[in-house]
Design a binder for this molecule. Structure first.
Ligand code: MG
Ligand code: ZN
Length: 221
């Protein structure tokens, strides 16, 4: 048992090295990339579905969807207009890692794309610990999950570059104190770019699309 911690550290170090290789491949091809993490059902795939049509004629987008099983999410991304949609089935693993993303990159001609959107496995804990080599991490929170999530998952909220607060159309029906939620976020991550929005009504999506487009077109990495 005394070997446990060093082994875990070695795995993470090896993963970080591969993540750096992935990053170098993406940058050599001029591809800006985001890693979307969230708990199951927060709306990662819905966000991608709403985002892709709004980027049409502006950016060439590829998606990589990680799931324990099925190709349902990459099918949805392809239907929404992704130029390529790669599905990674983790076979039970609850997060993507840099090896898995490398396998997906091998299937893409990166020179044909400007933006790579990676949808991680639905899980609020370990995806935050495994770097993939993407440029920015985007966390999707949602109103039904409750306003206490920043307090319960500080490590996840601390490390992200952008925060989507999805399903704001449900605010009239669910006791969610936005002030309390935002205080928790600010304490952990004062500079995070926050986007309250609804993938159902479309409210708030423009600000998110602007952020993503700005970063992707100017390679703000
Ligand atoms: Mg999904
Ligand atoms: Zn995991």
């Amino acid at each position: 048992m005394t070997q446990r911690i060093p082994i875990v550290e070695n795995i993470l170090n090896a993963n970080d090295r591969l993540a750096e290789e992935n990053r170098a491949r993406l940058e050599a091809a001029g591809v800006f990339s985001i890693n979307i993490i969230a708990s199951p059902g927060a709306g990662k795939t819905s966000l991608i579905e709403q985002t892709l049509p709004r980027l049409k004629d502006k950016l060439r987008v590829a998606t990589v969807d990680g799931d324990i099983a099925t190709s349902l999410d990459s099918d949805r991304a392809a239907a929404a207009g992704a130029g390529a949609a790669i599905q990674i089935n983790t076979g039970g693993d609850c997060h993507l890692d840099a090896v898995m993303l490398r396998g997906a990159l091998d299937q893409l001609d990166l020179t044909q794309f400007d933006l790579l959107i990676v949808e991680n496995v639905g899980n609020l804990i370990c995806p935050a610990n495994f770097k993939l080599g993407t440029h920015k991490t985007v966390l999707v929170a949602s109103i039904p999950e409750g306003d206490d999530k920043p307090y319960k998952y500080p490590g996840t909220y601390r490390g992200v570059d952008a925060l989507i607060v999805n399903k704001i159309d449900l605010l009239p029906y669910i006791p969610f104190k936005m002030d309390y939620f935002q205080r928790g976020v600010r304490a952990l991550n004062p500079n995070v770019a926050a986007f309250p929005l609804s993938c159902v009504t479309g409210e708030g999506l423009d600000a998110w699309i602007n952020w993503l487009t700005q970063h992707a077109t100017h390679n703000m990495i």
